[in-house]
Design a binder for this molecule. Structure first.
Ligand SMILES: [Zn+2]
Length: 140
């Protein structure tokens, strides 16, 4: 006997025992296996999404924490780079971005605050603006 983790077309996960691998393939191909949750017969082996083993050192929650920490570090680094390389223009951001775009002032990197409305106007004028999640510094 062999157990396969299966997925139905609606995303349910479940385990089914088969006599052997060939038997599993045959039954799946004929649509003889149905999802115990919803009865869907569009069932496939869940090879691409291995179950996280309980033997694994890190629980899913722990790896999420690690990911969140790495993302945060990247965002802090982005902030550092921007502060080091760009001029802070505060709430004059939209105004300055336009001046740069239309060549009325020196082209340079700037950062500052813009409202949702200003951001929309800028992109409608074809002015490229990147939105950066602005994290407080760790040393604060
Ligand atoms: Zn299902």
């Amino acid at each position: 006997m062999i157990v396969f983790q299966l997925n139905c077309g609606k995303g349910h996960n479940f385990d089914i025992w088969f006599k052997d691998g060939a038997s599993a393939d045959r039954q799946l191909a004929r649509g003889l296996v149905e999802c115990p949750d919803c009865g869907d017969r569009k069932v496939a082996k869940a090879l691409m999404a291995p179950r996280i083993s309980s033997k694994s050192e890190k629980s899913p929650a722990a790896s999420m924490t690690v990911m969140a920490k790495q993302m945060r570090e990247q965002l802090v680094e982005v902030r550092r780079q921007i502060e080091a390389n760009c001029d802070y223009v505060g709430d004059k951001f939209a105004e300055e971005a336009r001046k740069i775009h239309y060549g009325e002032t020196d082209a340079r990197g700037i950062f500052g605050e813009a409202s949702e409305e200003q951001h929309k106007e800028l992109s409608e004028e074809g002015i490229e603006v990147a939105r950066v999640p602005w994290l407080p510094r760790d040393d604060a």
